[in-house]
Design a protein around this ligand. Structure first.
Ligand SMILES: [Zn+2]
Length: 253
């Protein structure tokens, strides 16, 4: 089955280009000018970057919304926070059934996996590791990055009026970051989601970080290179690296 043996690996790399300024702070989930830290997140050298976890989380929510709508036949999504596809109670039930039937752990894992929605199968759940990994997107080597200060206005929650002008930092548009994503042992039925991820990133509609409703955070994946590693070229990849492999057209993923 799927769980241990090497089957395939996709590597997608490219350049993330900031079409508009980006604000990715540590408090990006609740952009509250009073509570949040209004600086952008930086690496140990003080250079802004885009955390892989932010990219993955934002991509997942985007895909969840699309698949939850039912527009892709054969692919489904739960709402992981409010309506998970497999609840703790479901797990208890499955574990009991497996025990009653005297089946092994592998059967149990297969049974749980089969109940997961397409998005949890790919992005992981409480019970299965993610097949997708995205590295922190660091500034492209040789590129400069500029930080702009922007004015924001806080709305008073009680009176609904504007008060508290504040400043927040943005990474300027035109900044370029390295994108590197891997997908391990993906089943054919989920490839449509991988295509969707690449096309969403390529089309420039994708937004990340804070203040996206104000137009910030548009990024576009450019200079995309896609590699597929199978048993046929695994040795070449291990011995000679990615450059020795042939690129794939994304339409053929
Ligand atoms: Zn799910």
């Amino acid at each position: 089955m799927l769980f241990n043996k090497f089957q395939n690996k996709y590597i997608i790399k490219g350049t993330l280009y900031a079409l508009t300024p980006l604000h990715i702070g540590s408090g990006q989930e609740n952009f509250d000018p009073v509570l949040a830290d209004n600086t952008v997140i930086r690496d140990h050298k003080g250079i802004p970057y885009i955390p892989g976890s932010s990219l993955k989380g934002t991509i997942r929510s985007y895909i969840e919304r699309i698949l939850y709508s039912g527009v892709y036949k054969g692919l489904n999504s739960c709402l992981i926070v409010n309506e998970p596809c497999v609840s703790d109670d479901d797990i208890k039930k499955i574990k009991k059934e497996i025990k009653d039937k005297n089946l092994n752990d592998k059967k149990e894992a297969e049974e749980i996996y089969s109940k997961l929605c397409s998005v949890c199968k790919l992005f992981g759940s409480n019970y299965f590791a993610s097949k997708i990994h995205i590295r922190d997107a660091n500034l492209k080597s040789g590129e400069k990055v500029y930080i702009d200060m922007r004015d924001g206005v806080a709305i008073d929650r009680d009176t609904g009026t504007e008060n508290n002008k504040y400043d927040f930092e943005c990474v300027s548009s035109g900044s370029k970051f390295d994108f590197y994503m891997t997908v391990d042992n993906i089943e054919d039925e989920l490839l449509e989601i991988l295509k969707l991820i690449i096309s969403i990133l390529k089309n420039g509609d994708f937004r990340i970080g804070g203040k996206t409703s104000a137009g910030l955070g548009s990024i576009q994946l450019q200079e995309v290179k896609i590699y597929k590693i199978t048993m046929d070229n695994l040795k070449t990849y291990l011995e000679k690296g990615l450059e020795a492999l042939e690129e794939m057209e994304w339409e053929n993923v």
